[in-house]
Write a protein that binds this ligand. Structure first.
Ligand SMILES: C[S@@+](CC[C@H](N)C(=O)[O-])C[C@H]1O[C@@H](n2cnc3c(N)ncnc32)[C@H](O)[C@@H]1O
Length: 308
């Protein structure tokens, strides 16, 4: 285990990817490189492409995976752009891993602005220095409707509109720059101290918006599917229900023979499944793993295999 990030469900990942078949794999969220290391250790005939949006993660993974030499290649960027990042063609990959969300390192490094501990700047960009607006910039510029939609859709927050209106009111007096500023608005709107779980949901909603996380995932799923060779596996670990729903729906849809609307008298769609679900229900970490690593508690792993 590294201090950077403790990888979740290591054995399930290696088994579901089918890394023992050898070949070329993609770790689209390499983070601290824990999963990548376990995959590369399976055999000399395993090669790995490693991407991450976060330059600090890539530097950590490079150092950790140095011993594998030319069997591993790195690229900074969004996993949804893997085709361009690594110059890949259809059917090039034996397997793909996405371990979504943020790493412990990102959460624990105050300056990155992912946590709601006191004094943390509202940044939240996974890329660190990328051109995308920070959380503070979104809070300063979006309308009540736009902010409410973020808290409702990504945070499943019932008081989304009240909170959005509170933010817009508050920023007229003083800009929201740090976690404390946002927590103060939350407390004013709620009229009481905010529980940690409530704050976590609101901060997570903002993080999803800053990094356009669901857009990346939605765009990536069919892209990555088409990069798989016949028999290739796509493994995704998600940490909240919105991500898991996207993955579940995609895997279900690709595994059906017919996807025509039910009222069509004859089948006009592709007429055959593109592959099969390896996990009918998502795998969860064991109680022992959750006791050891509380950040594993919300993990859900789903795997899909491309047809021959
Ligand atoms: C949970 S951590 C991965 C940990 C890693 N599996 C390990 O074993 O150390 C998630 C990582 O995914 C990266 N990430 C999230 N969304 C991404 C995206 N769309 N493209 C590339 N990297 C992304 C984050 O920067 C973070 O480093």
């Amino acid at each position: 285990m590294g201090a950077f990030h403790e990888s979740v469900m290591l054995e399930d990942v290696v088994r579901c990817l089918g890394a023992d078949r050898g070949g070329l794999y993609l770790d689209g969220t390499v983070g601290g490189g824990g999963h990548a290391e376990a995959i590369l250790k399976v055999g000399e005939d395993v090669r790995l492409l490693a991407a991450d949006r976060d330059p600090e993660a890539l530097a950590e993974a490079r150092a950790r995976l140095r011993t594998f030499g030319p069997r591993v290649a790195f690229a900074p960027g969004d996993y949804a752009d893997a085709r361009e990042l690594f110059g890949l063609g259809e059917g090039a990959l034996a397997g793909v891993l996405l371990d979504l969300g943020v790493s412990s390192h990102q959460i624990d490094t105050g300056a990155r602005g992912f946590s709601f501990r006191p004094g943390v700047p509202l940044d939240m960009r996974m890329s660190g220095q990328g051109p995308e607006p920070t959380a503070a910039e979104l809070l300063a510029s979006l309308s009540v409707d736009e902010l409410a939609e973020i808290f409702r859709a990504y945070g499943e927050e019932r008081r989304a509109r009240r909170l959005a209106a509170g933010i817009v009111e508050s920023r007229k007096r003083v800009p929201l720059r740090t976690s404390d500023d946002l927590l103060r608005v939350l407390e004013a709107v709620w009229g009481r101290p905010v529980a940690a779980a409530e704050a976590a949901r609101i901060f997570q909603a903002l993080r999803i918006a800053v990094n356009k996380e669901l857009d990346s995932l939605g765009r990536a799923l069919p892209e990555l599917r088409d990069l798989l060779a016949p028999g290739g596996r796509l493994v995704v670990i998600s940490y909240h229900s919105l991500e898991d729903r996207l993955v579940k729906r995609a895997f279900r849809e690709w595994s059906r023979d017919c996807v025509c609307p039910p009222n069509l008298p004859v089948c006009r769609c592709r007429g055959r499944a593109l592959g099969r679900e390896v996990t009918r229900v998502p795998l969860r970490p064991s109680p022992e793993e959750v006791a050891r690593n509380t950040r594993a508690r919300s993990a859900r792993l789903r795997a899909w295999e491309r047809g021959q």
